[in-house]
Design a protein around this ligand. Structure first.
Ligand SMILES: Cc1cc2nc3c(=O)[nH]c(=O)nc-3n(C[C@H](O)[C@H](O)[C@H](O)COP(=O)(O)O)c2cc1C
Length: 218
């Protein structure tokens, strides 16, 4: 599919056909999107809870009660729902985990000092956010949003319907999955599947600000 076709095809799906499930081969590609997303210094400050069973989706739907109940049926009727979680902090164990993965994946074979440089660069960025900008959780969460952005485009290229769901009670989801104990917190979710014939949003035209409103060409 051409990029512009995917951009126009993608839309916030408001009603999913509960009878249609994503094929396993597509799910694998969606996992690759999540895993291969870029992040600053490759810090990968995320974890993904993927619900595809009725029980799993019901657990996620606990975050869509009360004033978020407009999102409940999207979670329950989607084929798969990904809860994007962000690390609340980065400790030495996580830094060493990333470094070990980079070594395993063969990134330090040319010169051993590259490994030290990779670690030091990551630590320097982390320390800048910790001690100077004082925005570590916010910085980490931004990496998660970047992942979600590329995930949405990738899903569209795979001709999968999806909707990002920021309208969730993150505290309820944190408690449901005991996320804080793992230095994680729920950020946002994406429900995926196939649009229902009844989805009012499928036929509406896309609306965006005009080109002149948003670009400055220099
Ligand atoms: C970060 C983010 C959070 C969103 N949260 C919700 C949500 O909770 N429920 C929902 O139905 N749509 C949600 N949306 C969908 C937006 O309303 C939609 O993307 C926007 O109106 C543009 O329309 P389009 O995606 O159909 O092009 C969210 C979108 C983004 C990017």
């Amino acid at each position: 599919m051409k990029l512009t076709d995917a951009l126009n095809r993608r839309y916030a799906t408001k009603a999913f056909d509960a009878t249609k499930k994503l094929p396993e081969a597509v799910v694998e590609q969606l996992f690759a999107l999540l895993r291969l997303s870029p992040s600053s210094t490759n810090i990968q400050p995320w974890h993904f809870i993927v619900a595809s069973t009725e029980q799993g989706k019901a657990r996620l739907a606990k975050g869509a009660g009360g004033s978020y109940s407009y999102n409940e049926s999207k979670i329950l009727n989607a084929s798969h729902v990904v809860l994007f979680c962000a690390r609340t902090q980065v400790d030495e164990a996580h830094l060493q985990n990333v470094l070990a993965a980079e070594e395993r994946d063969g990134r330090f074979t040319a010169k051993p000092e590259v490994k030290i440089a990779a670690h030091n660069t990551r630590l320097a960025y982390l320390n800048e956010h910790k001690y100077i900008k004082k925005d570590v959780p916010h910085w980490l969460e931004k990496q998660v949003y970047l992942n979600m952005g590329s995930f949405l485009l990738g899903a569209a290229l795979l001709e999968i319907d999806a909707v990002p769901l920021e309208g969730l009670d993150q505290a309820i989801l944190d408690a449901e999955f005991d996320l804080n104990s793992f230095d994680l917190t729920a950020v946002t979710a994406v429900a995926l599947g196939y649009r229902a014939d009844s989805d009012f949003n499928a036929g509406l035209p896309k609306s965006r600000l005009a080109v002149d409103d948003i670009f400055t060409l220099i």
